[in-house]
Design a protein around this ligand. Structure first.
Ligand SMILES: Nc1ncnc2c1ncn2[C@@H]1O[C@H](COP(=O)(O)OP(=O)(O)OP(=O)(O)O)[C@@H](O)[C@H]1O
Length: 345
């Protein structure tokens, strides 16, 4: 078996909540008991509604965010028990991150050359001449003409800026790149170019790629494996080719709202809004909106179950999973009936 590139073990991230700009005693449960293993060369997509913890998971994976508890391992070594200098070196060379909006992620006062040289200088990679050569190589890799080396981010188009951000993430030749909504701030016309560039780089450089997006169809197209998150928890993992046969009711509901993914009918209706991340429900956090929930769901969150169909890599955390092969139409009917019962006096 291939040695994991990065591993999260029982990771929790909690933040102090703010109320009217003032820190309160409440804790936001941004990530709860997250476990994840990334192997070299794979692409993992992360999906879920806004605020479910996708960015937190991404930041923990690249060592930008320290977990409140739990371990993050790079190449089998616990990142947060390393001496700080060793950790900076491991993070710098192990993983690169591409953020949503290149306009804010790039220092607007630095030229493209300086932005790309910076990580090489900080990590003392090669001689000055070799660093200059690496800058040219990086620009070539992401399809930026060399004449732009002395340009400032503000003089570039949105697509060019994101290419600079991608080149910067690749500067130290990491084996893992995490892209957090890398196209959502871009014009629709350049989104496909940036996604194709990422796929191309992944193939050429043998990168593992973690791809966070609201756009499930894009995640499905880009990824080998899809992870569904709900209120800070990973609730399902499945091979991208199998997502239409997902077993967790939340994954099914999320996918039913994606045009063209499941049988074309109305989305599965859920009960009420997403609960607050400062007071997540007991047991399974999805139970308050789930048409299948019962007392058992309020008591505990089950551990992962492997799919009975035996699909390798497909697992979910649910007491009452959707039957394999159950149509979305049936689920819509079931969920609608539950919603009516709950609304009845
Ligand atoms: N620094 C912080 N302080 C307080 N709460 C935070 C902080 N960072 C994130 N959160 C909260 O943690 C939860 C998870 O946030 P996160 O940004 O990881 O979600 P997300 O799924 O990436 O959302 P989106 O899709 O909107 O970017 C949210 O409730 C968010 O408000």
């Amino acid at each position: 078996m291939t040695a994991p590139l990065a591993q999260l073990k029982n990771v929790h991230v909690q933040h102090r909540a703010r109320s009217g700009g003032i820190l309160s005693r409440d804790r936001v449960h941004a990530l709860t008991a997250a476990g994840l293993t990334l192997t070299p060369g794979e692409t993992v997509g992360i999906v879920g509604e806004s605020g479910c913890g996708k960015s937190t998971l991404a930041k923990v994976l690249v060592g930008v965010e320290k977990p409140t508890t739990g371990t993050v391992e790079f190449g089998g070594k616990d990142l947060w028990t390393m001496p700080p200098a060793e950790r900076r070196a491991a993070v710098g060379t192990g993983a690169g991150m591409i953020f949503q909006d290149p306009s804010t992620a790039l220092n607007r006062r630095l030229t493209v050359r300086r932005i790309l040289r910076d990580p090489l200088d900080v990590h003392r990679r090669g001689t000055p001449a070799e660093r200059e050569a690496r800058v040219r190589e990086l620009m070539h890799l992401v399809g930026l003409p060399e004449v732009l080396a002395d340009g400032l981010p503000g003089q570039l188009s949105g697509g060019q800026r994101q290419r600079v951000a991608i080149a910067r993430a690749l500067a130290l030749s990491p084996r893992l790149v995490v892209a957090d909504e890398p196209t959502s701030a871009l014009d629709v016309s350049v989104r496909a170019q940036i996604l194709n560039l990422l796929l191309d780089l992944k193939e050429r450089l043998g990168l593992a790629l973690v791809f966070v997006s609201h756009d499930i169809q894009t995640v499905r197209r880009m990824s080998d494996r899809v992870i569904t998150m709900y209120l800070g928890r990973i609730v399902e993992e499945s091979p991208a080719a199998e997502v239409t046969r997902s077993r967790h009711p939340y994954t099914r509901a999320l996918f039913s709202a994606t045009p063209g993914l499941l049988d074309p009918i109305d989305p599965i209706p859920l009960i009420g809004p997403v609960p607050s991340a400062t007071r997540p429900p007991s047991g399974c956090p999805f139970r308050t909106r789930c048409w299948k929930a019962d007392a058992e769901c309020a008591e505990s969150m089950p551990d992962f179950t492997a799919s009975e169909a035996g699909t390798p890599g497909h697992r979910f955390r649910c007491h009452h999973p959707v039957d394999d092969g159950q149509s979305t139409h049936e689920l819509v009917t079931q969920a609608a009936a539950t919603a009516v019962t709950q609304e009845a006096p």
